[in-house]
Design a protein around this ligand. Structure first.
Ligand SMILES: [Zn+2]
Ligand SMILES: [Zn+2]
Length: 331
């Protein structure tokens, strides 16, 4: 079962957050039907978002969204996680495959691309505006980029290890997935940091060690000589969990005009809505689609939805519609 452990080392001057995400990454890759390279990128990002939530969030209901887009063929990878241990995410082009790198590893950096940004959005439910910050991508390999983000945007010197290892063979069966963040807190002595760096170098591939030993053992090896103190008495369970529902799927259909919805019913006998976060497909019957009758306002030119009762993210007065017409909302 996927789980997360937190700890402190070197008299509280080093924070350690580590996660074994093998099961949930396997589920995510299966849900999205990813290639090996896209799966590695998604698995690293899901794990990174979970680790990040324990570095950046304080309230149980807050969420962190991690997004990387470097202009590569993946077209972007995104994950959303919370302190409750739930995470969801997707890649825009899940079938992307690239030749392996010279060292034989999957070319995640090439798939993500390096010309773009890593963005982190913190949302505070149920009030407050989301807070977004972003920095330039370094490598597209995700762990290095996350470390760059934590340093440049949060002034937290951190080492980040992330990995997804597949079973040998052509099938994308996940053997191990996980990661760790090691964070230097204010007051960390330089001797401590030197030892920590040496430990990280000697540790090797995170997933190799995870497949061979336990998460706790991996944390102990990374903090060798620094007296690890584990803070989580019970490991926090982690799971791939989406927040989609039939009601939300129905709301997605509201963006089509009543005429287009009738056409779907005529031609398909209903409508299938696929959640892009989790890949779940939902079939909606004609009577549910026809019950979409809440007050709404559409562009007189192109029928694009401008306003719909109960939906918050709508166009604003004075903005331009996709067709170019200035939006006019009734007062
Ligand atoms: Zn979903
Ligand atoms: Zn329009």
């Amino acid at each position: 079962m996927a789980h997360l452990l937190r700890g402190l080392a070197a008299n509280g001057s080093i924070r350690v957050v580590a996660a074994d995400t093998t099961d949930l990454v396997a589920e995510a890759l299966q849900r999205h039907g990813t290639s090996l390279t896209a799966g590695a990128a998604l698995g690293r990002t899901l794990t990174g978002a979970l680790l990040l939530s324990h570095v950046l969030l304080e309230n149980q209901r807050d969420r962190v969204t991690l997004r990387l887009d470097g202009g590569g063929p993946l077209g972007g990878v995104i994950a959303d996680a919370g302190l409750d241990g739930s995470v969801r995410g997707y890649v825009r082009q899940p079938l992307t495959e690239l030749p392996p790198r010279h060292d034989g590893k999957l070319d995640v950096g090439g798939a993500v691309g390096r010309d773009g940004e890593i963005e982190v959005i913190r949302s505070h439910a149920p009030y407050g505006d989301p807070y977004a910050s972003s920095v330039r991508l370094h490598s597209g390999e995700i762990a290095e980029d996350l470390s760059g983000f934590l340093y440049a945007s949060e002034q937290i010197p951190s080492a980040v290890l992330l990995g997804v290892a597949f079973e040998p063979g052509r099938e994308a069966r996940v053997r191990a997935a996980g990661g760790v963040v090691l964070q230097a807190l204010p007051g960390a002595e330089s001797g401590v940091l030197t030892l920590l760096e040496a430990n990280v170098r000697a540790f090797g591939q995170f997933t190799e060690r995870l497949a061979a030993t336990s998460l706790l053992q991996a944390m102990e090896e990374l903090t060798w000589g620094l007296e690890l103190e584990v803070l989580t008495r019970d490991a926090l369970p982690l799971a791939f969990r989406c927040r989609c529902s039939e009601d939300k799927a129905l709301e997605a259909l509201a963006y089509f005009s009543p005429g287009e919805r009738e056409q779907m019913i005529r031609e398909e006998g209903g409508a299938e809505v696929v959640c892009h976060w989790c890949g779940e497909a939902r079939w909606l019957e004609p009577e549910r689609i026809r019950a979409l009758t809440r007050p709404e306002l559409r562009c007189p030119e192109c029928e694009a939805l401008w306003y719909r009762e109960g939906v918050t993210s709508m166009v604003r007065d004075g903005e331009r519609c996709a067709c170019g017409r200035p939006v006019e909302l009734p007062a």
